[in-house]
Design a binder for this molecule. Structure first.
Ligand code: ATP
Ligand code: MG
Length: 254
């Protein structure tokens, strides 16, 4: 589904030249999940913008679903770091925004949004505005908006970072159910070692800026909700922690 080869991104501003990504390569199979983890500022959001086709100024090769990445691919959905909800639109309208922008007729839009809001337990909240929602509810609206587009590639930027531990785990479980039901490919960027180990069937560890791949760890236990309780899960977490700290660890034998 995704092939990234030697991706480099440099930002040129009047004040400074910033090398954000310094040569990143990885692949994600169709229908698989991949977590990207790395310290703040190492280029994780930049990487997602490139995969989404929003950032065109890069070097290297980036292929999505067999084609060179390009803007406006209809089945790619991106969930932004700050949810990206419009404060003046209610839950129903926010969830339908992507479909509206794509010119999907009203009746179909309403049917799809209704189904997804019900699935995510948001239907009762459909007339509320983002300012009236909790962080977890806002996050679910952002997920609903992405899922309404029927994506085959879901790109998520720190989706659960501002939530308390229990809400976060509930939404991670929710995401796994959606993944099982739809079979979409997921690339998730996170600061959280536990989140990467729980959701990423492959975990790509990036170095401090400019981001380079420190390790690509295969993590086949991820994808089932009981994984969090298994001893191997904790081995993967300590392995990732060491990789992030710059240490050399033997990969756990799974
Ligand atoms: N439009 C831009 N112009 C100039 N520099 C930028 C731009 N976007 C990002 N950068 C710089 O590129 C680097 C990587 O930014 P990016 O947002 O990708 O990091 P990140 O890994 O997502 O960080 P965080 O974990 O804090 O979200 C940072 O040093 C940032 O300042
Ligand atoms: Mg970021």
């Amino acid at each position: 589904m995704i092939a990234v080869e030697d991706l480099r991104v440099t930002f040129y501003t009047p004040a400074a030249t910033v090398a954000a990504l310094g040569g990143v390569s990885f692949r994600v199979a169709r229908g698989d999940t991949c977590a990207v983890i790395g310290p703040s500022g190492c280029g994780k959001s930049t990487l997602l913008y490139v995969l989404a086709g929003l950032l065109r100024n890069f070097q290297g090769r980036v292929v999505v679903a067999g084609e060179a990445v390009k803007p406006g691919r209809r089945r790619t959905a991106l969930i932004l770091q700050d949810y990206g909800l419009l404060p003046w639109k209610n839950v129903f309208a926010n969830a339908g925004l992507g479909l509206e922008l794509r010119g999907v007729p009203r009746a179909e839009r309403e049917a799809r949004v209704t189904r997804i809001l019900r699935e995510l337990g948001l239907y009762e909240l459909r007339r509320l505005f983002p300012g009236q929602l909790s962080g977890g509810q806002r996050q679910r609206v952002a997920i609903a908006r992405a899922l309404a587009l029927d994506p085959d590639l879901l790109l998520m930027d720190e989706p659960f970072s501002s939530l308390d531990a229990l809400t976060r785990e509930a939404l991670q479980d929710n995401l796994l159910e959606i993944w099982h039901r739809t079979g979409c490919t997921i690339v998730l960027v996170t600061h959280s070692i536990e989140e990467a180990a729980f959701l990423g069937r492959q975990v790509v560890v990036l170095s401090p800026r400019p981001g380079r791949v420190v390790a690509t760890h295969l993590n086949p236990g991820a994808g089932k909700s009981s994984w969090r309780q298994e001893p191997e899960f904790h081995c993967v977490c300590s392995f990732l922690r060491q990789q992030l700290a710059g240490g050399v660890a033997d990969a756990p034998d799974l």
